[in-house]
Ligand binder design. Structure first.
Ligand SMILES: [Zn+2]
Length: 316
């Protein structure tokens, strides 16, 4: 009897499976929204030469997007703006909803009446939106644990005492990242530096990757075909600025694709950098971008265990 039941069940399962096919998702759509723009500068710093929020948002958002484009496949990336224009909040919401985006990530910089207030915040519409809160938590974890920022945590409409239009009316998992306070002079300098922007963008990339890999186990995100990327560090407004700590994994005489088979075990985006001066080894390869040596050392062991035993931390 028991055997018969088992047999019947075995016959049924494949039948049920074939009659109710689940639509299999093959790609995800991410909308990146650099806040403000055009006639709306957003927050500003009292310090001369520090760019307004709208410009910093765009720089960080583009670096974040470049990490995604260079290192993840099966992701369609859409920006609400790529220049100094000002799409209305309605336009931004409509764009994300109309393309059926899976994720909406708005990038901003913060301000406060008290100049001592500093740190990162990631906003969600409501704490009952589990996925948005999960993604927000990944951002704050990376900011505090790897990027050396002070995390002020995940906040929702109740914490803020007002709702954010772009989070309230978009239908998908959505967060609004506040990268730091322009009213805090030290943080303003950091936000304005290419190194600071690199560290923040790289933390945002890792946070997003961690989340989507767990959330969509049936989609393969890691690139398997070699790509010949330009270095992410050179995509910024002033890519020659230094300061960030990176993990140097190797050097080479000729150019090697950063998507090369041998780098795959790392599971981290590889950046190729040209070495200046009199050396046969014209290129070096690095991973990560960190605010401190300690933060870089946290990932060093993992890198060594991926086959790059001689890796070490350098400062750019
Ligand atoms: Zn803003």
């Amino acid at each position: 009897m028991r055997l018969m039941k088992l047999f019947a069940l075995c016959m049924l399962v494949p039948l049920i499976g074939s009659y109710t096919p689940l639509p299999k998702k093959e790609k995800i759509i991410i909308v990146i929204d650099p806040g403000h723009g055009g006639s709306d500068p957003g927050h500003t710093s009292e310090i001369k030469n520090i760019q307004p929020e709208k410009t910093l948002n765009l720089l960080i958002a583009k670096k974040f997007g470049a990490y995604i484009e260079q290192n993840l496949k099966n992701v369609t990336l859409i920006y609400t703006r790529t220049d100094d224009s000002f799409p209305s909040l309605d336009d931004r919401v409509a764009k994300a909803n109309s393309v059926g985006a899976d994720y909406f990530i708005s990038v901003h910089c913060n301000a406060n009446d008290r100049k001592t207030v500093h740190g990162t915040e990631t906003h969600v519409h409501t704490m009952s939106s589990k996925k948005s809160v999960g993604l927000a938590q990944e951002f704050e974890n990376e900011f505090s644990q790897k990027a050396g920022r002070h995390s002020r945590g995940v906040k929702d409409t109740e914490d803020r005492e007002h709702s954010l239009q772009v989070l309230k009316y978009t239908h998908m998992t959505g967060v609004l990242v506040e990268c730091g306070f322009l009213t805090n002079d030290t943080e303003a300098q950091y936000l304005n530096s290419a190194a600071g922007q690199d560290v923040l963008a790289s933390a945002m990339y890792r946070a997003l990757k961690n989340f989507v890999v767990k959330e969509h186990p049936s989609i393969s995100f890691i690139k398997t075909t070699p790509t010949n990327n330009t270095t992410v560090a050179n995509n910024g407004a002033s890519g020659n600025e230094t300061g960030a700590y990176v993990i140097r994994i190797m050097s080479s005489k000729g150019e090697i694709d950063t998507g090369h088979e041998s780098f795959k075990k790392l599971g981290m985006p590889v950046t190729r950098r040209k070495v200046e001066g009199d050396t046969q080894y014209k290129f070096q390869y690095t991973v990560g971008a960190y605010a401190s040596k300690d933060a870089a050392n946290k990932d060093l062991e993992k890198v060594k265990n991926s086959g790059f035993k001689d890796a070490y931390v350098i400062r750019l």
